[in-house]
Design a protein around this ligand. Structure first.
Ligand code: SF4
Length: 420
């Protein structure tokens, strides 16, 4: 369960050098009357909280599922004004653990979301699942409701690594779940984590081999992070856990790229690999700066340049929605330049990079106007490649990309230009 929605991505201190905003800087697909084609539903329930996880969730509170379903239905129906059903191309149920819901509850959620967001022809519908929850009945239920893709939080096939991560499944649960998903002709996506304390290159090699043996359509690999507020963070602070060595982490990541691409996977985004034609279209909508709507605690929507995030506390979210109040905790109208910078950074996460002409049409800014000197510096450092038509990460840049983005997100003090 690792793909997070984009949230408050722009540093709050980004100055807004442009007070002459005009509608010419809203690209066609962002016009207010052009509705999002991607929808995210956050399902905040887990059996327990894993030590490394800081996602929006409640552990062991299945008593809140019924009020949650009522609240999501109210959000989808429209709290302020009644809505009409809005067709979409992609739906994504993330968490938390959507598969924590009992069959009838999950059916109700699937039905209501499909009613308010009927999938268009050729849609993609992803649901995150915990391997231990996957049964033949669950997979049949998902297939019956039109789910096309199950994203399995596998993380590892090593019992000791799973224990370290405080996961509640065993390697055999992943294999059993994967085979049920594939038998039902649903696409199989696997999440894997590397850089876990004590992990060796052999462990990681074994994880990649075990994942490939299941013939998934998609694999995401994430380096373990220590987030403030998690038990892992506390253990790290008290010297009870040690981060993986940086060089080791780099070599594990590079090994994943080599192993997965050698097996025919396309490395299409920093952390993501897909069989041809099997990319996650929902996440691609985020990286392409498309609009998306969302429901559930902590869920973020992005419509017509406005980003809104619901209360992260599930109980506050429920209290507010069930009382007829807005669940929105943060609302931010992004200035055109901030939107352009985010689009650039999201776009650069994709291996294809950012095509100059596409970027100018989409954002109303040239790449030069936004990051000219920084771009040249990173090209000189060998971290970015400039082909003339496009800018993309090099292998070295891929390893250090998180260090590059802050430079691109901070607006120039002066001299930024509008392209159109
Ligand atoms: S199962 Fe996933 S979402 Fe739930 S606590 Fe563990 S890592 Fe977090």
């Amino acid at each position: 369960m690792r793909m997070e929605q984009p949230t408050n991505f722009t540093p709050k201190n980004v100055p807004d050098p442009l007070n002459h905003h005009t509608t010419s800087h809203l690209v066609a697909s962002d016009a207010a009357n052009d509705l999002p084609r991607a929808v995210y539903i956050h399902v905040p329930f887990c059996a327990h909280r894993c030590g490394y996880c800081n996602f929006t969730l409640v552990a062991g509170r299945l008593d809140l599922v019924e009020p949650y379903l009522t609240a999501v239905e109210r959000e989808l129906t429209g709290l302020d004004e009644p809505r009409q059903p809005q067709p979409v191309d992609t739906l994504f149920f993330g968490g938390g653990t959507p598969t924590q819901l009992a069959g009838p509850q999950l059916s109700r959620l699937l039905e209501m979301v499909r009613h308010w967001h009927p999938p268009a022809v050729g849609y993609e519908f992803s649901v995150e699942a915990n391997p231990a929850d996957v049964t033949r009945e669950l997979v049949a239920l998902l297939a019956r409701h039109g789910v096309t893709r199950v994203s399995l939080g596998a993380q590892s096939f090593q019992p000791a690594k799973l224990r370290m991560l405080e996961r509640d499944h065993q390697p055999d649960d992943i294999r059993r779940a994967a085979s049920l998903i594939c038998e039902s002709n649903l696409q199989l996506a696997l999440d894997l984590i590397f850089g876990v304390p004590g992990e060796t290159p052999d462990d990681w090699q074994a994880d990649l081999d075990a994942a490939l043996a299941l013939e998934p359509d998609h694999i995401s690999t994430y380096g373990l992070t220590f987030e403030r507020g998690t038990t892992f963070w506390n253990r790290l602070s008290h010297g009870q856990l040690a981060r993986a060595d940086e060089d080791l982490e780099r070599s594990l990541y590079l090994h994943a790229i080599e192993r997965l691409t050698a097996d025919g996977f396309e490395h299409y985004e920093v952390s993501n690999f897909a069989r041809p034609g099997r990319r996650c279209r929902h996440n691609e909508a985020y990286w392409a700066g498309e609009q998306y709507s969302a429901a559930g605690p902590g869920a973020t929507s992005y419509i017509a340049g406005v980003r809104q995030t619901n209360h992260r506390s599930t109980t506050t979210y429920l209290k507010r929605v069930l009382a007829g109040q807005s669940p929105v905790a943060e609302r931010e109208q992004l200035a055109p330049e901030d939107r352009a910078r985010e689009l650039l950074v999201f776009g650069l996460r994709r291996m294809a990079g950012v095509e100059r002409a596409w970027f100018a049409t989409r954002s109303g800014f040239t790449i030069e106007a936004l990051i000219g000197p920084a771009l040249r510096r990173y090209v000189d450092l060998g971290m970015l490649k400039d082909t003339g038509n496009a800018v993309l990460l090099t292998r070295e840049g891929l390893l250090l990309s998180d260090a590059i983005w802050p430079d691109f997100l901070v607006a120039k003090k002066k001299g930024s230009e509008l392209f159109s």
